[in-house]
Design a protein around this ligand. Structure first.
Ligand code: PLP
Length: 290
């Protein structure tokens, strides 16, 4: 089988009625689909290393959480799990020695209809070696929200992985205009949030620190695996709100996400950040091997 692989999950009002392999180069989604016309849907991107889906259960749990936040019908996780694994199986020899991604999409379906739209798409994720090894230049950008909006304004859907990533992409273009590779969003009240498609990990006073989901950020599956590995090696990890000043004073910084695993931040708003290439290389190796 050649990549990409596409499985369409056909829904009726009661849920998924069939999972069918389809031609990924042929049109599959209606122009009336709310995922297309309004970005009204959710997704996950799951790393597949050498044929192994990474953090499958945390990704499925986050899919269910996002669905609940958007009042979408609860996805039948057994059906979605089986479809994800089948797409990897269909990729066959293309999985050997490779880094793939499986993108999982669930939309509200056609306007005024009563069934969702869903698909699973397995493709070659490209190469992340450069950013893992050379590191990335990052700028902080104001997200324009306070750190408590997840509590005060749940309709902003902060912490759901929605298809509405136009803002995240605009932030990345702003980073490029500033000569940087990536972004760390900060809240209007001065707390570190997340990247447009990554979780922030900071080494502060000897502990690995990340922002808790209560501040309206996604619970990162890669950061979760990094923390589990760090703890198993005797290091301290903390989920806590931390400020932009603490970010600037951190001993090391990484952005974590399913495709790239972790990439060290080498400059923050143009200022150098210290890095430990040997530690990062070891951590990437352990993350790839999980
Ligand atoms: N935060 C946001 C906004 C993201 O889009 C992502 C990536 O999907 C992450 C964090 C990192 O999550 P994960 O490590 O599960 O890919």
């Amino acid at each position: 089988m050649t990549l990409p692989v596409l499985l369409m999950l056909l829904h009726d009002a009661s849920g998924v009625v069939s999972v069918d392999e389809q031609d990924p180069s042929a049109p599959q989604v209606s122009v009336l689909d709310l995922g297309v016309t309004r970005g009204d849907g959710i997704f996950e991107s799951i790393g597949v290393i050498d044929g192994r889906a990474q953090a499958l259960e945390p990704h499925l749990a986050r899919l269910a959480k996002s669905a609940a936040m958007l009042d979408l019908p609860a996805p039948d996780l057994d059906v979605w799990r089986a479809a994800i694994l089948r797409s990897i199986e269909l990729a066959g020899s293309a999985t050997v020695g490779s880094e793939l991604l499986v993108k999982v999409i669930l939309t509200r379906g056609i306007e005024d209809g009563d069934s969702a739209t869903g698909w699973v798409y397995c493709f070659d994720a490209g190469h992340y070696d450069r950013e893992r090894e050379a590191g990335i230049a990052v700028v902080t950008l104001d997200r324009g929200y306070r750190s408590d909006v997840a509590e005060t304004s749940p309709w902003l859907l902060q912490g759901a992985k929605t298809l509405s990533y136009a803002i995240n992409k605009a932030a990345l273009r702003e980073a490029a205009r500033r000569g940087a590779d990536d972004v760390i969003f900060v809240s209007t009240d001065g707390f570190v949030l997340e990247g447009p498609n990554s979780t922030v990990i900071a080494l502060i006073d000897g502990a690995y620190v990340t922002t808790p989901p209560s501040l309206g950020v996604l619970e990162g599956t890669t950061q979760g695996a990094f923390f589990a590995d760090a703890q198993a090696r005797g290091a301290s990890v903390e989920y806590r709100a931390f400020t932009v000043d603490e970010l600037r004073g951190a001993d090391a910084l990484w952005l974590a996400s399913s495709g790239r695993q972790i990439a060290p931040v080498v400059t923050l708003d143009g200022q150098p950040v210290s890095a430990d290439p040997a530690f990062t290389a070891g951590a990437v190796e352990r993350l790839l091997a999980r």
